[in-house]
Design a protein around this ligand. Structure first.
Ligand SMILES: *Cc1c(COP(=O)(O)O)cnc(C)c1O
Length: 403
């Protein structure tokens, strides 16, 4: 008997993507056609609660009506000027984001990886000019299991073989130490250290949290040794962990914030480095740039995205709903579950076994999440998610983890 596979719109889209697109991802096989708030709908009309939020890029919820309006209005006025000329959105964006962060200067880029690259350039130049490090000798300390993006420089100091295998040669100037180990950071510091680059919670590595007090100790150590503390809050920032920034949990203001993802609420890639004048002042005309960075469309969308975080009290919502969700997750009992952890609406279930089959089982029940680091199910719904929706997601989790 010959098996004849039925061609459906879903299988057709998947086949075309697999045939013509490079296979750099291993997505769950649903084809999303629409989304609103915390919910997405696939081609076949099935609805799913989005518990990934595009890696926290849609904290404000999918297709937020205010963002949609600003996007359309701005797109009808002017979208791109390049920085060769000024536009009427950039100044306001920089001012508002600097205020939000309690900082003095902003350098806008597009993707997160570009913002991290920009922060690295700023730190090195600051090291040469302000700290007197000999040119070409600057060192940056980063952490094992980091995720800062996919450029060759960034994967060059990743400890994840899948991210770096056969992409070398890599840029020198980075030192890795175990995450959360303050003594290792202290030992790694030399007179050539210009910065420590870190994620306050390592989300991609499996929502790994450093020991309590680590961020504060890191800030104190950096201050003592005249080293810049650069917080990559691309995924943890703007309310995700139940605070404005994850650094706020330890009342730490880093020297540099690196932001992206939810900065534009999922409409358009906008990232930024936010810091003091002393740091971002190292850039002079010609020293750095981006054709799309600081464009009026991105700036207008990001300004509105920030206002939504404020107006809808997404930080407080994340703290409140995240506390509830974590308590619920802790009641799950199943031999496959190794640990449950989280902060705000950045929650995770770590398993003893591969997480993929559990993500697929949840997908069948209308809950979308994606395994990270093989054995971890990350739960990070849009911050606008309702308690009712979370309670429903818990029912699905209970069914999947019925011992
Ligand atoms: C997603 C992410 C990045 C990279 O952002 P892109 O927009 O994908 O380049 C960097 N750092 C962290 C912590 C991230 O979560």
């Amino acid at each position: 008997m010959i098996a004849t596979a039925t061609i459906t719109p879903t299988s057709d889209f998947i086949a075309r993507e697999d045939a013509w697109g490079a296979h750099s991802y291993h997505p769950l096989d649903l084809v999303i056609a629409e989304a609103k708030g915390a919910w997405v709908t696939d081609l076949e009309g099935h609805r799913y609660l989005d518990c990934l939020s595009a890696y926290s890029a849609v904290n404000q919820g999918h297709c937020h009506p205010r963002l949609l309006r600003v996007m359309i209005e701005q797109a009808a006025r002017v979208t791109l000027t390049s920085r060769a000329f000024r536009n009427d959105q950039l100044g306001g964006f920089c001012e508002e984001l600097a205020h939000y962060c309690g900082m003095e200067m902003v350098l806008p880029m597009n993707t997160g990886a570009e913002a991290v690259e920009t922060a690295i350039k700023a730190a090195r130049r600051w090291g040469y000019r302000t700290k007197g490090i000999a040119d070409g000798e600057a060192q940056i300390i980063a952490f094992e299991h980091n995720f800062h993006g996919r450029t060759t420089t960034l994967v060059g100091f990743s400890s994840e073989p899948a991210y770096r295998a056969q992409f070398g040669p890599f840029a020198p100037g980075f030192v890795l130490v175990p995450f959360g180990d303050i003594e290792a950071v202290r030992r790694a510091m030399t007179g050539n250290t210009c910065a420590v680059l870190f994620e306050p919670i390592q989300c991609e590595a499996g929502v790994l949290m450093p020991p309590a007090g680590f961020v504060r100790e890191l800030a104190a150590l950096c201050a003592e040794r005249n080293v810049l503390l650069m917080a990559d809050e691309i995924q943890t920032g703007l309310g995700r962990t139940g605070a404005r920034f994850a650094c706020d949990h330890e009342s730490v203001t880093p020297d540099v914030y690196i932001l992206g993802k939810a900065l534009s609420g999922g409409f358009y890639p906008v990232s930024a480095v936010v810091s003091r004048r002393e740091v971002l002042g190292v850039f002079d005309p010609g020293s750095h740039g981006s054709t799309f960075g600081g464009n009026p469309l991105g700036c207008a969308v990001a300004r509105e995205a920030l206002r939504i975080v404020h107006d809808e009290q997404l930080v407080a919502r994340s703290a409140r709903e995240g506390t509830w969700l974590l308590a619920q997750l802790r009641t799950l009992e199943h031999p496959a579950i190794k640990a449950v952890r989280g902060r705000g609406l950045m929650c995770a279930i770590e398993l003893h076994v591969p997480a993929r089959p559990y993500c697929e089982a949840l997908q069948q029940r209308g809950v979308l999440c994606k395994e990270t680091h093989g054995t971890v199910i990350r739960l990070s719904p849009p911050l606008v998610v309702s308690r009712e929706d979370l309670a429903w997601a818990m029912e699905q989790l209970r069914a999947v983890f019925a011992a």
